[in-house]
Each structure stands twice: as structure tokens, then as C-alpha cells.
Design a protein around this ligand. Structure first.
Ligand code: SF4
Length: 196
């Protein structure tokens, strides 16, 4: 899949975008442009793999979904800048996220001056329908398994069973058709596999 084509389609929707050959280059870029501000981190394997919490934390006030403490998520929700990833990205530019607690998707919609979404090439699919399929049948089951949930997708195999389990992690679905009004959303496309 051609990242330049995805970039063009994202920009036509109003997103700011950049293409990076490696996750290390994307991390260098974020480390250079995010400085002396407050930064919220969504629960994202991509961000964890990139070591961004530690790196940005050396010169910013950082708050992460995965850190212990009742104050962390509200503080992340109030941060000027928010970082996350996506569960699926269509080549046509729709960005798809599925969430359980809702704080991660809420922050892609409201409450920050700027949102950065770091998206590896493995998240790409040719169409909106295929990106949605990926989010539901690849990303969500892998996350359920990683979290040790007792859901059919985690126990039986790599697809969604649209379960009614109390452990269901898929509680809400957000599709970004463009940046939300009043909030800049920058998409970093990385030509490496990142996250789930
Ligand atoms: S709805 Fe249930 S079965 Fe489907 S991916 Fe989410 S947790 Fe797994």
C-alpha cells in the first residue's frame, strides 16, 4: 500500500500528516516538536514500543493511561497535547478506534489543542469496510488476548464473536472522517509494523 496515497487522502480531509521510514524517526520528530507542555498518552502499544512516555517525560509533564493512580486519566484528558494510535486506517483516510473505557477515543474527539496519532503500516487497509474489519477482527482480539480477557476472541481464535461477555473490551467505536473542529490532528504514518 502506498503511504503517499494515504497521506494525500488524509490531507484532503484536513489532517496534518507526515511519513516516517521508521518508528525511531517518528519518535525523534515528536521529541523535537513537543516541548515544555502537558502530554496525555492513550493506552497504545505503538507508543509503548516507541518509548515515547519516557522520552517526552524528560522535558514535558506526561500522564499515561497505563500508569497507576486515579489522577492519571483525568490529567491525561486535560493535557494540551494527546498522543495515541489507531486500530485501523483506510487508504481513503478514515481512522477507526475501538475502546473499552472510552478515555482514549474521547481524547481524539475533544479537549486538547493538538492530537497526534502514530500509525504503523500494519494498521492500513484499502477501504473503510476493510479497516473496520481489521479493527474488529484483528486489533480487538489481539488486545483482548494481551489483556488476559475471558472473551471468545481471546480464548478461541483471531476473530471477533461480537460477544456479550462482561469482559468485552469493545464498548464503543469512533471513526474520524476529519479532524474535529477546533483541534489540530496530525497523523504520523510509519513505514514499519507498530502495535496491534
Ligand atoms: S466484541 Fe468481544 S469477541 Fe469481539 S473482539 Fe471485542 S471482546 Fe472480542
Amino acid at each position: 500500500m502506498c503511504l503517499a496515497e494515504v497521506k494525500k487522502n488524509l490531507e484532503a480531509r484536513g489532517f496534518t500528516t507526515g511519513i516516517f521510514a521508521t518508528a525511531a524517526e517518528a519518535a525523534d520528530y515528536l521529541d523535537s516538536v513537543i516541548d515544555r507542555t502537558t502530554v496525555g498518552f492513550g493506552g497504545s502499544m505503538t507508543l509503548q514500543q516507541m518509548g515515547l512516555y519516557e522520552r517526552l517525560g524528560s522535558h514535558n509533564e506526561v500522564h499515561w493511561h497505563w500508569k497507576e493512580g486515579a489522577a492519571e486519566r483525568p490529567a491525561a484528558a486535560r493535557a494540551a497535547v494527546y498522543l495515541s494510535s489507531a486500530n485501523g486506517l483506510a487508504e481513503t483516510g478514515e481512522i477507526i478506534n475501538i475502546d473499552g473505557a472510552g478515555n482514549r477515543v474521547a481524547s481524539t474527539l475533544y479537549g486538547h489543542d493538538k492530537v497526534y496519532l502514530v500509525i504503523g503500516r500494519n494498521k492500513l487497509a484499502p477501504t473503510y469496510e476493510e479497516a473496520l474489519w481489521r479493527a474488529r477482527n484483528i486489533a480487538a482480539p489481539q488486545n483482548a488476548r494481551r489483556l488476559g480477557k475471558k472473551t471468545p476472541c481471546a480464548v478461541k481464535g483471531e476473530r471477533c464473536y461480537d460477544c456479550k461477555s462482561p469482559d468485552r473490551i469493545c464498548r464503543g467505536l469512533v471513526v474520524l472522517w476529519g479532524p474535529m473542529m477546533g483541534m489540530e490532528t496530525e497523523i504520523l504514518l510509519v513505514d514499519e509494523d507498530l502495535g496491534m
